[in-house]
Design a protein. Structure first.
Length: 179
């Protein structure tokens, strides 16, 4: 077995699904997996910047890998899939953080220190991931992905609340959007 990462099989613009079937890297499902990977990388960066360790971030990262696997699972291989309990866990974490936050009555500008800004970046990349997964559902009739879009919707909310929570903990004043 080789330690080489490169196979040269993707040089033609194709990649493999779990079954081994080759498809274009420009399909909606491969685009969705790419954005999930990008989000996962930003979460890793956020984790590296936090002064305290959060086991929850690791669970989120595993869930994003599970979501990507579900998207490219064209062989009905049994995988760990996202479910309503995963979304409920995010809701519980948000509820706990919200207990310490002032009630939000306006839109706020995404700003703060580096960690708060990274949480906002995770939120926006997560929104894009949700949209790309929704494209898979609409364009390719992948109804099995509905729990993933629900999870991503909740996850972007989680990163918003996290950004507010981190701002609050660091005494960073929120800037209210004035229209």
């Amino acid at each position: 077995m080789s330690n080489k990462v490169y196979t040269k099989k993707g040089d033609d613009g194709s990649t493999s699904l779990l079954s081994g079937r080759r498809i274009s890297k420009m399909t909606s499902e491969i685009k969705a997996v790419g954005v999930l990977d990008e989000l996962n990388s930003f979460i890793g960066l956020l984790r590296s910047e936090l002064v305290y360790s959060e086991a929850s971030f690791e669970m989120i990262q595993w869930n994003l890998f599970n979501a990507g696997s579900t998207i490219i699972n064209d062989n009905n291989v049994e995988l760990t899939e996202i479910n309503s309990e995963d979304s409920k866990t995010l809701e519980d974490w948000m509820d706990k953080m919200n207990e310490e936050l002032p009630v939000l009555k306006n839109f706020i500008l995404p700003k703060g220190n580096r960690v708060v800004s990274l949480a906002h970046i995770c939120r926006t990349v997560c929104r894009r991931a949700e949209i790309t997964v929704l494209e898979c559902i609409v364009l390719d009739n992948f109804a099995k992905l509905n729990p993933i879009t629900i999870y991503l919707n909740r996850l972007s909310d989680f990163f918003f609340v996290l950004a507010r929570y981190l701002s609050h903990k660091d005494n960073i004043e929120e800037t209210i959007w004035k229209n």
